[in-house]
Ligand binder design. Structure first.
Ligand SMILES: Cc1cc2nc3c(=O)[nH]c(=O)nc-3n(C[C@H](O)[C@H](O)[C@H](O)COP(=O)(O)OP(=O)(O)OC[C@H]3O[C@@H](n4cnc5c(N)ncnc54)[C@H](O)[C@@H]3O)c2cc1C
Length: 269
């Protein structure tokens, strides 16, 4: 239906981003295609070394899943930082990552985890790496008529450390800045590290250089400082009610330092 109705038709998932946009007349779709009745889009399952999550899985479902809590616990921690329980009961993972809103929390976590998005349209389905998906604020690699059907996440190594640190003004607010970290330690040194940043650019950011600086280190203060500087250097936040751009860049650095410390505490040595 989406392919037939053309570019001005929109998929409706939980409606917690789309309906507010429509109320503000920032979105004026000619048709809404409700994905709520498509039972096949709602699941969480293990598939080999991956966890696959259907697009219509709610943020509350992520929090309640024992499989996710044991295999990819950063998802639960991040879902708990999204909005408030009312939004989380209805808002979906698919809507959160497909929307392209740089303020949404899940996309940076998906970059951090190396997730892959499964996409379907009239033509054959395809897979897009989350790291290639975000092109600008509200611009993604989705073509008109395509929907995201599932998110595929490679399970991080057993014993990994993780943290999602989010600075917000109040419960229910989008991030002033936030950082996601997944790392593994070996012999007291960082063996692998991945970092995502939320709401400090037009797209979520994968801080590849900052993570590289940390690999091989014991997360000593001097190396963490260098990595934080590298992460801050790739940010380009807007100045808005959450603060001036420079403040938000600095807060991204503070969130990263805190996330690294907490991930370190949780990682097996
Ligand atoms: C008060 C409030 C506070 C919030 N705070 C936060 C927050 O702190 N952090 C955060 O991350 N989010 C926040 N949100 C947003 C919330 O998490 C949304 O639910 C989520 O971003 C969008 O999911 P949805 O299911 O509601 O999607 P919808 O609103 O239905 O859709 C959003 C967009 O994605 C498209 N879409 C939806 N599903 C698909 C799909 N499967 N394939 C392709 N396109 C699709 C729609 O066409 C639409 O353009 C907040 C929302 C509210 C109302």
């Amino acid at each position: 239906m989406l392919a037939d109705l053309g570019e001005d038709a929109r998929a409706l998932a939980g409606g917690h981003s789309l309906i507010p946009m429509m109320k503000l007349r920032l979105a004026t779709p000619t048709h809404l295609v409700d994905l709520g009745g498509v039972a096949d889009l709602k699941f969480i399952r293990a598939d080999g070394g991956d966890i696959v999550i259907g697009a219509m899985t709610t943020q509350h479902d992520l929090i309640a899943s024992d499989l996710l809590s044991s295999k990819v616990p950063i998802l639960r921690e991040t879902a708990l930082a999204v909005a408030d329980p009312q939004v989380r009961y209805v808002g979906t993972l698919g809507g959160n990552v497909a929307n392209g809103d740089p303020g949404n929390d899940m996309p940076a976590v998906m970059l951090c985890l190396g997730a892959v998005y499964e996409v379907a349209g009239k033509a054959a389905g395809r897979r897009i790496a989350a790291r290639d998906f975000y092109q600008g604020a509200y611009f993604t690699a989705l073509e008109p008529g395509e929907i995201l059907t599932a998110v595929r996440i490679p399970v991080p190594a057993a014993g990994h450390g993780y943290a999602y640190e989010k600075l917000k003004r109040k419960i229910g607010d989008y991030a002033t800045a936030a950082a996601a970290v997944v790392l593994t330690m070996h012999g007291g040194k960082v063996a692998s590290c991945s970092i995502g940043l939320t709401n400090v650019a037009e797209t979520p950011l994968w801080a590849e250089e900052a993570a590289k600086i940390l690999v091989g280190s014991a997360l000593d203060p001097a190396t963490v400082k260098k990595a934080v500087a590298a992460a801050e250097a790739i940010t380009s936040p807007a100045a808005d009610a959450r603060g001036p751009a420079r403040y938000r860049t600095k807060m991204a650095g503070v969130m990263l330092a805190r996330a690294l410390a907490r991930a370190r505490e949780r990682a097996a040595a």
